[in-house]
Design a protein around this ligand. Structure first.
Ligand SMILES: [Zn+2]
Length: 85
């Protein structure tokens, strides 16, 4: 993720000061028949007022939605596979 000015949820000031990074695991049960885990380095910003907050990140949400849909699709396929047996 590129560094972008983030609006402080407390005072409304825009900041690009980085507080720290946290490694986040995004689990994905099945992807191409393999267990997949994504590692996402979550950035946290720090405002001049002292407030610390996580960066806005549309990727995780989007990816989790995709994971859900993928798992549902995989389940449907598994059921169909059983009927064919
Ligand atoms: Zn602030």
């Amino acid at each position: 993720m590129p560094i972008r000015p983030h609006k402080c949820p407390q005072c409304g000031t825009f900041t690009t000061h980085i507080h720290d990074y946290r490694m986040t695991k995004i689990k994905h049960l099945k992807f191409s028949e393999r267990k997949t885990i994504l590692f996402y380095r979550k950035r946290r910003y720090r405002c001049t007022c002292g407030k610390r907050f996580a960066e806005q990140n549309p990727i995780v949400e989007r990816y989790q939605r995709f994971s859900k849909e993928w798992n549902q699709m995989a389940q449907v396929r598994a059921v169909k596979g059983k009927t064919f047996k």
